[in-house]
Design a protein around this ligand. Sequence first.
Ligand SMILES: [Zn+2]
Length: 321
Amino acid sequence: MSVGSANTETARTGTADPGGALPIGRFAPSPTGRLHLGSILSAVGSYLAARAEGGRWLVRMEDLDTPRVIPGADSEILSTLERLGLEWHGEVLYQSRRAEAYSDALDTLKAKGLLFACTCSRTSLVGTDEATSTPRYPGLCRHRPPVFERGHAALRFRASTDASLVAFQDLYQGYRQEDVAATTGDFIALRRDGIPSYHLAVVVDDAAQGVTQVIRGADLIDSVPRQVVLQRSLGLPQPRYGHLPLVTEPDGTKLSKSRRSVPAGLEAPGALLLRVLRLLRQDPPEALRRAPPEEILAWAASQWRPEAFFGALGIPADFPG
Ligand SMILES: [Zn+2]
C-alpha cells in the first residue's frame, strides 16, 4: 500500500493504519450471471473476515473468460452487493483491463525459463479444468524446443522445480501440503486462446491490489499450491488463505446446477444476510430480524467466529426459502 492511498483511506473512513497491518480482503466474482446463495456466502465471509479486524474489502471482476461473460452482469452483481450493505473500498478492478500486467508477468516467467509452449489439445488431456482439480499434465511438450508464438499454443508453467512443494495453514481448513509437480504437474499460464489462466491473473491481481487475505469458496482450495508457486516465481507476496464451506444440497451432496443458478432472494436483503450468517453458524440474535443490512453486518463483524465452521468444506442449505 502506498502512503498516498493509505492517507486517502484514512480521510475516507477515519481508520488509520500506519503500519499497513490491517488485512486487505477481496471478493472476486465472475460476471457470468447473478450471485447465488453460495457466492453471496463467499462475499459475506470475505467481507466479515476483513471488517472484523478493521481491514479493507475490495471487489474485482474476473471477466477474462470473455465467452462466458454476460454483459451487464457486473453491474447487477455490484448492485446486489450494495443492497446487501456490502460496501467495498476503492474502485472495482476489471481483469479485462489488465492485459499489460499479465503480459509482464508472463515475460518474467519466460525470462526465467519457466514457460514452455504446449500444443496438446484439450481432448488429448482428459477433463482439463484449470480452476479446480486438474489431472496431472503428462509433460508431453516440455522437452520440445521453446516456441512462444501466440495463437498456436498454450504456455505452461514448468512446475517440476525444487520449489513445487507448498505447505500452508488455511485459516478455516487447517494445514495443507501439496507438491505441485506431483499432483497437477506443469500447468497452464496462458491459454491457447490467448487468455491468461485463472491462476496467473489471480496472483498478479492480488499482489497489485495489496490483498493480504484471500477468503473464498472451498472449491478453490486446490488452486492454492499452483498460485503459491507462481507467487514464488514472480517474487510476489503470499497472502493468507481461508476457504469457506460450500453451500450444498440439504443431504450434503453438491448443489445442483438448477439451484446454483437460482439467484438468492434479494427482495429481503436483511433476511438473506441472516440466512447466510446462520449457514456460517454465526447465530444472529432474534433482535436483528427486522434490522437493516448495515446493522446486521456491523453485528456480524463484531462477533465474527470462524471457528464455528472450522474444517467444514460444505454446509447443507436450508432449502426452500
Ligand atoms: Zn503439451
